[in-house]
Write a protein that binds this ligand. Structure first.
Ligand SMILES: [Fe+2]
Length: 159
């Protein structure tokens, strides 16, 4: 096998790294697991891995969306659209009934890795930053009115 063909056939693998964190523990853990599932894609068990991966994507998107919606994230609707576009793209890819080949598995893995990194580092990170600066504030402490002892207070019976 020539060096060139070895290089061409080397699997496209991107490992999750700390730099992908958006600062929300649950979302970060789910992203990390997504990378593990993408890495596990291989021709031998492609059908099963793809199903597992898509199941997990659905779970992850709903969790993330739930978090965005419940925290009042202003760009929630736009973000939802990005998730839907991703779903449509994957459905398109899987919908054409081509048989699985090593190249097709690589193509899917490359698309998923690139999409994930682009999406996380731009849109999810934006949410992470927004979330960090909009932490729910503790309920305001209502100060008891000061006991008035001045002339007017005495005049109105609170002296
Ligand atoms: Fe997202």
């Amino acid at each position: 096998m020539s060096e060139e063909s070895v290089e061409r056939k080397a699997p496209y693998v991107i490992e999750w790294r700390e730099g992908f964190k958006i600062g929300l523990a649950q979302v970060d853990a789910e992203h990390r697991h997504l990378f593990t599932l993408v890495r596990a894609l291989n021709l031998q068990s492609v059908q099963q891995t793809v199903e597992e991966l898509l199941d997990y994507v659905v779970t992850h998107f709903s969790n993330e969306q739930e978090l965005m919606e419940s925290s009042g994230y202003p760009a929630f609707e736009q973000h939802l659209k990005l998730h839907e576009e991703f779903g449509a793209h994957v459905a398109d890819f899987l919908g054409n009934q081509d048989e699985w080949t090593e190249e097709r598995v690589q193509e899917l893995r490359r698309f998923l890795n690139k999409w994930l990194i682009g999406h996380i580092m731009t849109h999810d990170l934006r949410f992470g930053k927004w979330h960090a600066s909009h932490k729910p504030k503790p309920a305001p402490v209502i100060a008891k009115p000061e006991h008035k002892s001045g002339f007017f207070a005495r005049l109105f019976g609170r002296g």
